[in-house]
Design a protein around this ligand. Structure first.
Ligand code: FAD
Length: 770
């Protein structure tokens, strides 16, 4: 194998050395600035609580693998975990977390206060309303896990060098060539930074921004408090606290204090750089909250206490993968002990096989827009991640930093009373307050009513009945120029079509997984506009670019609308020099021309399943484009419509959303993107219609058949043209036949659902083609 240098012998670096050497790559050198294996990094001080349940399937699986591996190595004690609720909202959240466990294969149960008390007899039972118990969770011995993985790696040929600080990274022609320490040089084909919260310093040596923030977090150990090592680990999220036993003492960790960002220059210069002096004042509230839940602590004092440093990121996910800026430079950082072995396995697979076995797009180092790499953004958002670490987060809750990216239509949207959500830094209208609500809106449960308005029903219905304007600016647009062979080699279908045609296709990875779904519009013989799903698509195309090919992300410099609905043609025809007649401009075609004075690229596509166009122009013409369409739209009752209506309409038409409905783990046949032909996929993305009870799932809920979990929901929405909630779910093929009855777990309820033939609305796509 190639020569690999790993920077850092914390739990992640050691796990990676083990995973790489286990795959036959034995030329592995691990350089550690501290002593081996109590290096003084975060792993040396982590109390090692492992909670596997997570809204993210990927994170849950990284944790599950870590538990399995550490158990085999004898470094894990499966004492179980208990998360207690002291409020009705928290109890509801625990039911939802139970659902994630069912969806991702981490069994758990929701217990009443008595059952919680018998598991953890130190609790004040009168405070709690219930708990979530996960028997397979427990405690990892971080340093032992690090050293035993390192030992195995060493037996296979890896070298660990302690007291050896990396001070520079060398590169040539955009590729890494090695690292430099105080007294040595190491050649390397690949360098992996596993430097934990020192990541940004290593990144700076390589010219690679590492968007994480080191933060201190308080951890204490009590004097004897009647604990025992058999106690499950415990979380009291309503007060931002967690607990574990250390013999008869209790360890208490807190996120209740004010965030404490740490400057790397201020670390203590001793053997424990990640251990900062304890700040007792900051701990006062935490200690009294701990004593409320666990009365035995009221008689105890602190025996050991410190402020320990580890990494936070803007979105709470780790930073894994190879840098787009420097080839051969990889990171595995902002990884908890909980996910350490799983993350190391995934990165090792990625390095050795060219792709990880599970979808890592949420964790990809290259997932950020340039603005999201700004130090100010990373700092503000990471501080927010700390504050919200145990909060009840709704999937549509917008982040703390707003208005990072706005489309040129933003002022008009504000005038129309747009209520904005956020995606990848973009402000996106969810609905417009200037549109009327229906007279008798459908009743809807509280959780799915958040970031929702009945106005969306009006917007959806008027899109089907008249015509509506959607902001498509946040959709990633990439301009590709060069020979057709470049794109043709990366996608599933044939894109070598005539100028003026558009193809919907997929970027496939080496194993045939769907990296992205894209539209490819041929604007000229050697020029394409690719509509994709974010920075990872740009990165993917650039990585594969051959000489003579140019790949340019034009998203921010351009803007666009979807003008969709039966009246779209009447509206646009008088405004444009493009022949928009059904004969001249067919579905899946594109044309260059003008709308009024605005030069435009028109793509005859629709995510909502209606006649119409995506219309793009340069950002400078954006307002003029909006105003021209808006003015002409008056006589057609044009409305502006938002994301909530959009999502409903797209699900009625069965259009998949990459990242939610499918990822690189799924092939296009399983995902229902291509007809399976003779193949019989083992599982399928399946359309479900729910009983219309007022409950509308949001995604990630478990699906049951005969009482057993058999799959999970990806996307869901109320379908107003259908008159019922719609959900898409991954199910075994045997259960994907129309008419099959299943149940969806939603809080403590089971929602009846029936598999339906798709798409539910206009299955012959007649409305699109007229
Ligand atoms: P580290 O262990 O910090 O290892 C990075 C290594 O890189 C260090 O040894 C460092 O010396 C070395 N290094 C840095 N720069 C250089 C250089 N220039 N040259 C050579 N070597 C270098 N996680 C959980 O899952 N559960 C918990 O309960 C938990 N509780 C925590 C409580 C506290 C108080 C703290 C501090 C952390 C806790 N964590 C917990 C988080 C967890 O400890 C970390 O996320 C994890 O240990 C990070 O592992 P790592 O290998 O990435 O980093």
């Amino acid at each position: 194998g190639p020569a690999v240098v790993i920077i850092g012998a914390g739990i992640v670096g050691c796990a990676l050395a083990d995973e790489l050497t286990g795959r036959g790559w034995t030329d592995v050198t691990v350089l550690e600035q501290g002593p081996l294996f109590e290096t003084g990094g975060s792993s040396s001080h982590a109390p090692g609580l492992v909670f596997q349940t997570n809204p993210s399937r990927t994170m849950a699986r990284l944790a599950r693998y870590t538990v399995e591996k550490f158990s085999e190595l004898g470094c894990f004690s499966a004492v179980g975990s208990l998360e207690v609720a002291t409020t009705p909202a928290r109890l509801a959240e625990l039911h939802r977390r139970f659902g994630y466990g069912q969806s991702w294969g981490v069994p758990s149960s929701v217990l009443d206060p008595d059952a919680c008390f018998s598991l953890f007899p130190l609790l004040d039972k009168s405070l709690i309303t219930g708990g979530l118990y996960v028997p397979s969770d427990g405690l990892a011995s971080a340093v032992r896990a690090a050293s035993s993985q390192a030992e195995r790696a060493t037996s296979r040929g890896a070298r660990f060098v302690g007291n050896s600080e990396v001070v520079a990274i060398t590169s040539q022609g955009g590729r890494v060539t090695g690292v430099v320490t105080a007294d040595d040089r190491y050649k390397a084909d690949m360098v992996v930074s596993c430097a934990g919260f020192w990541g940004p310093a290593i990144g700076a040596m390589a010219g690679v921004p590492i968007p994480l923030l080191p933060m201190a977090h308080q951890y204490v150990r009590s004097t004897p408090a009647g604990a025992a090592d058999t106690l499950p680990i415990l979380r009291h999220q309503d007060r931002d606290l967690y607990f574990r036993a250390h013999g008869d003492r209790l360890g208490v960790g807190s996120y209740l204090h004010d965030p404490m960002p740490v400057d790397l220059a201020d670390l203590p210069g001793d053997a424990h750089p990640s251990k900062l002096p304890f700040t007792p004042d900051a701990f006062k509230t935490s200690w009294s909250a701990a004593g409320e839940l666990i009365p035995a602590l009221r008689g105890a004092t602190l025996e050991d206490a410190f402020n320990g440093v580890f990494s936070f990121t803007a979105d709470g996910f780790p930073l894994l993968g190879e840098s787009a800026a420097l080839r051969g430079f990889w990171t595995a950082e902002a990884v908890w002990v909980t996910h350490s072995a799983g993350a190391a396995k995934a990165v090792a697979e990625w390095m050795v096989d060219g792709r990880p076995a599970i979808d890592l797009h949420e964790c990809d180092l290259n997932r950020f827009d340039a603005a999201q790499l700004a130090p100010d953004y990373v700092r503000k958002r990471s501080i927010r991640s700390f504050i919200e670490v145990y909060d009840i987060i709704h999937p549509a809750d917008p982040p703390s930093v707003r208005n990072v990216r706005v489309s040129p239509f933003h002022p008009r949207q504000v005038e129309l009373g747009a209520v904005f959500g956020e995606a990848a830094g973009w402000e996106r209208p969810l609905w417009y307050a200037s549109n009327p609500a229906p007279d008798a809106p459908r009743p809807r449960d509280e959780w799915s009513s958040r970031h929702f308005s009945p106005i969306a029903e009006t917007e959806a219905r008027l899109t089907r009945r008249r015509v509506a304007l959607y902001d498509m600016t946040p959709l990633t647009r990439i301009e590709v120029t060069g020979p057709v062979s470049f794109l043709a080699g990366l996608v599933a279908g044939n894109i070598d079509r005539k100028v003026g045609s558009v193809v919907y296709t997929f970027l496939l990875d080496a194993a045939g997984g769907v990296r992205s779904d894209i539209t490819v519009a041929r604007l000229a013989e050697n020029r394409w506009q690719v509509g994709g799903n974010g920075p990872l698509d740009v990165d993917w195309l650039r990585r594969h670019a051959t000489p003579g090919v140019s790949v340019r992300d034009v998203t921010g410099g351009t803007c666009g609308v979807g003008l969709w609905g039966p009246a779209a043609r009447e509206l646009v025809a008088p405004l444009t020099d493009v022949d928009v007649s059904a004969e001249a401009f067919k579905y899946f075609q594109c044309r260059l021309g003008h709308i009024g004075t605005v030069p435009v690229t028109m793509l005859r596509l629709s995510y909502v399943g209606e006649l119409g166009w995506e219309i793009y122009t340069e950002a400078q013409y954006g307002l003029r484009l909006w105003d021209t369409l808006w003015e002409a739209g008056r006589e057609h009752q044009l409305i502006a419509a938002g994301r909530v209506a959009f999502d409903s309409l797209r699900l009625e038409k069965g259009y998949r959303s990459w990242g939610r409905d499918m990822t690189a783990e799924d092939d296009p046949y399983q995902a229902g993107l291509l007809p399976p032909g003779d193949r019989e996929p083992d599982r399928r993305l399946t359309c479900l219609i729910l009983a219309d009870t007022g409950d509308v799932p949001l995604g990630r809920e478990p699906v049951y058949a005969g009482g057993f979990p058999v799959g999970h929901v990806t996307s869901a929405a109320y379908g107003w043209s259908v008159g019922a909630p719609i959900a898409y779910a991954w199910l075994p093929s045997a259960l994907s036949e129309p008419g099959t009855q299943v149940e969806i777990g939603y809080f403590d309820r089971l929602l009846l659902a029936t598999v339906a033939a798709e798409p539910l609305f206009d299955p012959k796509h007649e409305r699109l083609r007229r």
